[in-house]
Design a protein around this ligand. Structure first.
Ligand code: SF4
Length: 393
């Protein structure tokens, strides 16, 4: 992605064109207030709509935002803002929130590429307008209030962001410009992942008028696919246990999922018969998604022991990691996910794969299921041996 280091502070128009998610960016339109209906309907806004659609589709194809969006590079400030608004409206009307969250990740990463290259003053200006008290101190160092640092760094899993590795003094944390840019990226992602509130009639109108774009988006978020070969079985995500459904939602939402959760999800999907690409896809919404690292890790988990893979952790282990959701997930927008799951309370239920089988899903049977993981991930000591674990689970 082409990012050029700016040398002079941005004027307000340029600032809002580069960062259309900032409060006040609507001021770019001056007195020419544009209604949602106008933006959706009027021929005069065909170009912002086209650029907005390109933004949305690019994010679905490339959540790491490594490619330039040609139309965006050529757009003027108003078009940039309107295209951003159009993307937000369409994604708020999409039947699934996964596309919105993936877009939030991509737009935040795209902005990071700029913030990592611009003068520190521009970075702190953006952070300040997002509500974070960042200030430039000595040289290129940037100081944030401790509470803001914690808010933004917690979802970032890299060890370098742990508080214990930071320069903390008097209730503030000092970081370098690149680390500060990564923190602001997180602030942007959080902001964009919240859907615009749309009235029901507006949502319906968007769904009708932008049916083609929404269909293309849905095609880019393929349903989980089962792998072929001996013992192949259809993948039935609707029958997954509450813990696994929650882990998938967290990643789709761009939320952080612990190492234990990531391991459990990959191992479960593999045992349930998901193909390799489906397992990798499950992690695309993660805030720290990295294609090559994810592929390597999924390969490690699924290729273990001649392809049997690691056995996912048992219920007790997941519970000890705070990953059991049998009491329901109050944050889910699906009523079924919010309810307590009675099957999970059966005293003889010990394993998520057992739950899946009880509900009618098929677990791919292997001759040697490999070590049972009671721990957080690969390399942890094997649990009690099970000669044919999938018969019981
Ligand atoms: S009881 Fe087991 S299967 Fe059910 S949500 Fe908890 S960990 Fe998952």
């Amino acid at each position: 992605m082409a990012v050029h280091r700016a040398s002079a502070p941005l004027d307000a128009r340029s600032l809002f064109a580069e960062y259309p998610f900032l409060p006040g960016a609507e001021g770019l339109l001056g007195s020419d207030a544009v209604s949602i209906r106008g933006l959706l309907d009027e021929p005069a806004y065909a170009r912002p709509r086209a650029i907005g659609a390109a933004r949305v589709l690019a994010a679905a194809d490339d959540p790491r935002a490594t490619r330039d969006i040609a139309e965006l590079e050529r757009a003027g400030p108003e078009e940039r803002y309107l295209s951003f608004l159009f993307a937000q409206i369409v994604l708020a009307a999409a039947p699934s929130s996964a596309a919105l969250r993936r877009w939030a990740v991509a737009e935040a990463k795209r902005t990071y590429a700029r913030l990592a290259a611009v003068p520190a003053e521009e970075l702190t200006e953006v952070a300040g307008r997002l509500g974070f008290g960042a200030a430039v101190v000595a040289g290129d160092r940037i100081e944030l209030p401790l509470v803001d640092y914690l808010r933004l760094s917690v979802p970032i899993r890299e060890a370098d962001f742990r508080l214990s590795r930071q320069e903390v003094s008097g209730g503030s944390v000092r970081v370098g410009r690149i680390r500060a840019a990564r923190l602001v990226q997180e602030a942007i992602r959080l902001r964009l992942a919240v859907p615009l509130p749309l009235a029901d009639d507006v949502r319906e109108r968007v769904r009708q008028q932008e049916a083609d774009l929404l269909r293309r988006l849905a095609e880019r978020s393929p349903a989980p696919v089962a792998r072929g070969g001996p013992g192949a079985a259809a993948l039935r995500p609707e029958l997954f246990p509450p813990c696994i459904r929650k882990m998938r939602r967290m990643l789709q939402a761009g939320e952080n999922l612990s190492h234990a959760g990531r391991f459990a999800l990959a191992a479960f999907l593999h045992r349930a018969g998901a193909d390799f690409e489906t397992i990798v896809d499950a992690y695309r919404g993660a805030p720290d998604f990295d294609e090559s690292i994810t592929r390597y890790q999924v390969e490690h988990i699924t290729h273990h022991d001649g392809g049997a893979g690691y056995t996912p952790p048992e219920c007790d282990t997941l519970r000890s990691h705070g990953l059991c959701f049998r009491d329901g997930d109050p944050t889910s927008d699906r009523p079924a996910d919010r309810q307590r799951d009675e099957l999970c309370y059966r005293p003889d239920l010990r394993h998520p794969l057992q739950y899946y089988r009880w509900r009618g899903g098929r677990v791919v049977v292997t001759d040697d299921p490999g070590p049972t993981s009671r721990g957080a991930g690969p390399g942890t000591p094997a649990g009690p041996g099970r000669s044919r674990s999938t018969d019981r689970r």
